[in-house]
Design a protein around this ligand. Structure first.
Ligand code: AVJ
Length: 319
């Protein structure tokens, strides 16, 4: 039986403390905002899985197409023996990579959710009993220490999740990833690409209303975790394209003037009618912006692969 260990680098109460400080800071700002990581409780994660199957939400399918087509190229270019996956979630995409990366004997999934790591890890181990797995419960935005597994290492950050970070956070993240890499290691990065506004907005405002439910779920998280009394029905889901920043913003717009109480923070939050709370940015990229951001972190873009409709890109970069 190969090893499956779970290492917790986050103190058990770090998540609760981070939520409190993010809510205190974000709802005290003008305009109000919350970081998107708080969407992903069990219901939020299930809603996101549902989003990935919506006809309007193309990124997951586009990225899967590239992964399947290019996995052999990725294997040849990296010769990876360890696969590290940041924000691994359900590890669904990992299977395509592991199929092609025949030299990989160690898999290091990194996620903030211990339950997701346990579930995905057990399932993967059942399919691939020879793989040694070292799961890390960690926030990829904080410092990471990787287990001592054979190199070269391939660090994968897929799904376009880097787009949920603000530019300064992206720079800090890429610099932190660079520090994890030794010569010969590589970063595989998934980025959604700039395209026409209608396609982008539809992907974040689907006809079935699943993304609206996902967006409002952050209020349910605050209600449960902080004893707040937000009424998800008091807000409308809004998705807008910001052409200057080249990102989609998801917002929650108050349908009428009202106040929500957050007892755990001893806070009352007042909304004017029509006031918007920003819950997510999802940046869209161009080849030159990805290349420049990688270069700023001392990473060299060596391969750029897109799907057949040029909607999404996988980049392979080296220190
Ligand atoms: C796949 C996590 C990057 O920004 O597209 C989906 C999450 N938000 N619909 C994205 C999301 C709204 C998402 N990530």
């Amino acid at each position: 039986m190969s090893p499956f260990d779970v290492t917790r680098t986050l103190p058990a109460d770090a998540t609760a403390a981070a939520l409190r400080s993010d809510v205190l800071l974000g709802l005290g700002s003008d305009p109000k905002q919350l970081p998107p990581k708080w969407f992903y409780d069990a219901r939020g994660s299930a809603l996101f899985e549902e989003i990935t199957r919506l006809p309007e939400y193309y990124p997951t399918r586009a990225e899967r197409e590239i992964l399947i087509a290019r996995a052999p190229d990725i294997a040849a270019a990296t010769g990876a023996r360890t696969l590290v996956e940041l924000g691994s979630g359900s590890s669904e995409k990992t299977r395509h990579l592991l199929d092609a990366l025949t030299g990989v004997g160690a898999y290091v999934p990194v996620d903030v959710s211990e339950s997701a790591l346990e579930l995905a890890g057990r399932a993967l181990l059942a399919e691939r009993p020879a793989l040694s797995m070292h799961a890390l419960v960690a926030d990829f935005q904080s410092g990471l220490t990787l287990p001592d597994t054979p190199g070269p290492r391939l660090v994968a950050f897929l799904g376009g999740t880097i787009g949920n970070l603000l530019p300064a956070e992206r720079a800090a993240f890429l610099t932190a990833v660079r520090r994890l890499l030794s010569p010969g290691d590589a970063l595989l990065l998934g980025t959604d690409l700039v395209k026409d506004e209608d396609t982008l907005v539809a992907a974040y405002d689907d006809a079935a209303g699943v993304t609206a439910e996902f967006n409002k779920n952050v209020l349910a998280v605050l209600d449960r975790e902080l004893g707040a009394d937000f009424d998800p029905g008091a807000f409308d889901h809004v998705a807008v394209w910001n052409p200057d920043r080249e990102w989609i913003e998801m917002r929650l717009r108050a349908r009428s003037a009202h106040t929500a109480k957050i007892p755990a923070l001893d806070l009352a939050v007042t909304f004017a009618e029509g006031e918007e709370l920003r819950t997510e940015v999802s940046a869209k990229f161009r080849r030159r912006t990805v290349e420049a951001e990688l270069a700023a972190a001392d990473l060299e873009l060596r391969h750029w692969w897109t799907d057949s409709e040029d909607r999404f890109a996988l980049s392979l970069a080296f220190p």
